[in-house]
Design a protein around this ligand. Sequence first.
Ligand code: GLV
Ligand code: GLV
Length: 323
Amino acid sequence: MSSMLPKVVVTRRLPGISGARLAGKVTVAAPPPDAPMPPEELLRLAPGTSGILCTLADRIDRPLMDAAGPSLKVVSNYAVGVNNVDVAEATRRGIRVCNTPDVLTQATADLGFALMLAAARKFSEAETALRAGEFTGWDPWGFLGVPVYGGTLGIVGLGKIGAAVAVRAKGFGMRILYHNRRPLPADRERILSVEYRGLDELLAESDFVILCVPLTPETRGLIGRERLARMKRTAVLVNIARGEVVDEGALADALAERGIFAAGLDVYEKEPVVHPGLLAAPSAVLLPHVGSATAETRERMGRLAAENLLAVLSGTEPFSPVN
Ligand code: GLV
Ligand code: GLV
């Protein structure tokens, strides 16, 4: 009877998405692989599929939607960011796109805050030295960082994750600035203890700048050479959004020339490739896109992504639609 069930493609073996969760409701076209699915394989599996459950490493574009044909009803992304999906094209075709917000907010804000602390206090440089056998005793001059407590934090993109970062910053006695396309309502600003700034003002005033914006045509390349030059020489830049929000070459130069103090990065322009200038910068703390990486969060992302997929295929409203 399984041939009567809608066919779906799951592009990778994922926490929270078990065969049992989908069994009896859909047929999975092929066993989800333990590595990113090659685009040719996704194209090959696409014809006649009703749903695609994918990760941020999969490009869900017009050629893929053409290959899937009119049977395709839902693209359920196992991520909050949907820049890997052509949402406008999906909307035009009546394909629902869903993501996994909320469940990863706290884990991602924790990681962003950890990157701030790690970059400010030179964790990577110091630990690298220790592992290389260079810890020869307490050093009054070694690995001098910048203070986090009481500093000024600029949050670029005060959505759910940005707000969760602000809550943490309050506990560190920080003054909190933010930039969005439009200011938040005054009562929301009051609750979060945040002050609106234009982007250039925020960059000039902040000791820490953390990027929490979605990647869109407006935010691509948002932080380039000129904007980096507006930052304080003692400032730290943290990116937990998408690599393409920052011009990596310009950032590598700014770090090499000590135009800013340090950077903490979880995302890169051409993942999994990391710009050689960043790899060579001791003041950069570099993580391999682990913002949502706790077992609990990944399990909840999987459950939500599966529920979104099944909801659309059963004709009900998904829990977290993007379109
Ligand atoms: C991770 O980067 C996500 O968008 O969920
Ligand atoms: C450092 O460990 C100190 O005691 O000053």
